[in-house]
Write a protein that binds this ligand. Structure first.
Ligand SMILES: [Zn+2]
Length: 97
């Protein structure tokens, strides 16, 4: 009888990530520290738009200096307040400014 070796599924990596209220608090703290502007390009990056809604293109984002994959965490020291362009386009997609 032949036994086939099944590839083991990759273990899911546990990541410490702030969620819900704690994440909102982190956003508030970074926004305050950055005085409402992107910490990379100084562009206006509000916490929420005029309607009190989170607009992904206009509002600021939490950017990790040391990525989670490299062992970074959600502490304010490891985070930057960045606009959509700096955070998403440059960091996540690698686009050049
Ligand atoms: Zn920016």
């Amino acid at each position: 009888m032949q036994t086939r070796i099944q590839p083991k599924p990759m273990p899911k990596q546990k990541r410490i990530k702030l969620t819900g209220k704690a994440y909102t608090e982190l956003r508030k703290a970074l926004h305050k520290r950055a005085r409402g502007h992107c910490e990379s390009c100084c562009k206006y990056a509000p916490l929420l738009d005029e309607d009190g809604q989170f607009d992904v293109f206009r509002c600021g984002h939490v950017s990790h200096i040391k990525s989670k994959g490299a062992g970074g965490d959600d502490s304010p020291e490891n985070c930057l307040w960045e606009c959509f362009y700096c955070n998403v386009l440059v960091r996540s997609w690698g686009c050049k400014k």
